[in-house]
Design a binder for this molecule. Structure first.
Ligand code: CA
Length: 347
C-alpha cells in the first residue's frame, strides 16, 4: 500500500484502554463528523466523532461572498439552516439560498439544524438529532482545524482531516477560485505533504488535475467517484472505474472515494452481496479505496444489516477505509467483531 508505507503509527485511546493504530489498518472517516448523532459539520459533531475514535474527520468546503471557506455540505444554505427566515431577500430565482451570496458575518447569524427537506420542512433522517433543538453554527475551515488540532493536543491522539473542495467549477463560474483559497490554509495549518494526516478530495477530474498541476498540491489526494455515470462538470465516472482509467488516476491521486454501490450491491432480498472488481482494479493500480457512506438508518437496497454492509465492504471487497455517519458503529465492528478482528490479522 502506497499510503501505509509512508505514514507513522498513530495512537488512539478507545474506551478505557488504548490501542496502537497503524495507518495500514482500515481507516474510519467521520462523514461530516458524527452526523448520525449531531447536526452535520458542526463543531459539536466533529468533537463527538473525535471522541468516538474516528481516524479522520471530513470537511466539505464552500466559499462565502467574502471568500472565506466554511464547512458546509452544499453550496446551498437552505437545507441545514434558518436562512430562509433570516435573509428571505437573498433567495435566487431558482428558489435556493447560496453560501456564496452571504458574507461570513451573515453566515454566522444562521442557526444550523439537522438536515431537512427545504420544501416540506421534514427531517431527512427522522431518528437523528431533533430539528431546531439547542444551538449550532456554521464554522469556518480555520475554526474547525483549530478545534481538531486542539483536541489532538489535549487527547494525545492524531486525528486527521479529510477536506473536500466542493463544486470548484461552479465556484469559478461565480467568480471565486475555491482551491486557490483552501490550499494555503491547509499548508499554514501543517497539512502540505503526504506525510501529513490529510486527504484532499474532489469529485471533479479537471480540478484534481489542476490541484496536482497548476496549484501544486503535494499532499494526499482522493478522486471521488459518483454512482451516476457523468458528473455535472463532465467527469466520466464509469471510465474512471476501468483498469485504464484507474491507471491514469494513479498518476494523480493516492486513492479513490467511490459510492458504495460501485463496490457492493445486493441483487435481491436475502441474496448474497455482489462485489464488483473495482477494489481489485484500484489496488492493482496502487490506489487506496475509501467508499462513502455507511448509514445504519439508510442501508443500501436489500442490504440486511449494518454489520452485513461492513462485512461486504471490508472482508469481501477489501476496502482500505470508509466514510461513516456512525463512527462508533464502524470502530466497534473493526475492533470487536470476529470479521473485523480477522481483518487486522491480514498480512
Ligand atoms: Ca463530502
Amino acid at each position: 500500500m502506497k499510503i501505509a508505507t509512508r505514514t507513522a503509527l498513530f495512537l488512539f485511546a478507545l474506551g478505557t484502554g488504548s490501542v496502537i493504530f497503524a495507518e495500514s489498518a482500515p481507516l474510519v472517516i467521520a462523514h461530516r463528523g458524527a452526523s448520525g448523532y449531531l447536526p452535520e459539520h458542526t463543531l459539536e459533531a466533529k468533537a463527538y466523532a473525535h471522541a468516538l475514535g474516528a481516524h479522520y474527520l471530513e470537511q466539505d468546503l464552500v466559499l462565502t461572498k467574502d471568500d472565506v471557506p466554511v464547512v458546509l455540505h452544499d453550496i446551498y444554505l437552505d437545507t441545514v439552516t434558518d436562512v430562509a427566515r433570516k435573509f428571505p431577500e437573498r433567495k435566487r430565482a431558482d428558489g435556493r439560498y447560496y453560501a456564496i451570496d452571504l458574507t461570513l458575518a451573515e453566515v454566522k447569524q444562521l442557526q444550523v439544524t439537522e438536515r431537512f427537506n427545504a420544501k416540506t420542512g421534514a427531517p431527512v433522517y427522522p431518528k437523528r438529532f431533533p430539528a431546531g433543538q439547542s444551538t449550532f453554527q456554521i464554522s469556518t475551515l480555520e475554526e474547525e482545524l483549530q478545534l481538531i488540532q486542539g483536541l489532538n493536543r489535549s487527547t494525545g491522539r492524531t486525528t486527521g482531516i479529510y477536506p473536500e473542495i466542493k463544486q470548484p467549477k461552479w465556484h469559478r463560474a461565480q467568480g471565486h477560485d475555491i482551491s486557490k483559497i483552501v490550499l494555503p490554509i491547509l499548508t499554514r495549518y501543517g497539512y502540505a505533504t503526504r506525510a501529513d494526516a490529510c486527504f484532499v478530495q474532489c469529485f471533479e477530474l479537471a480540478e484534481v488535475r489542476r490541484l496536482r498541476g497548476e496549484l501544486g498540491w503535494r499532499g494526499r489526494l482522493i478522486m471521488l467517484i459518483e454512482a451516476k455515470s457523468k458528473g455535472e462538470d463532465g467527469t466520466d465516472n464509469n471510465q474512471l472505474c476501468t483498469a485504464a482509467g484507474l491507471k491514469e488516476l494513479a498518476e494523480l491521486v493516492d486513492g479513490i472515494g467511490p459510492a458504495i454501490g460501485r463496490i457492493v450491491t445486493w441483487p435481491a432480498a436475502g441474496a448474497a452481496p455482489k462485489v464488483s472488481d473495482l477494489v481489485t482494479l484500484a489496488h492493482a493500480a496502487k490506489l487506496a479505496v475509501h467508499p462513502y457512506t455507511i448509514r445504519k438508518d439508510e442501508l443500501p437496497k436489500n442490504c440486511p444489516s449494518v454489520a452485513a454492509l461492513h462485512v461486504a465492504l471490508f472482508s469481501d471487497a477489501g476496502i482500505d477505509g470508509v466514510f461513516t455517519d456512525f463512527t462508533d458503529v464502524t470502530v466497534a465492528w473493526l475492533n470487536y467483531s470476529p470479521a473485523g478482528k480477522a481483518l487486522k490479522k491480514r498480512p
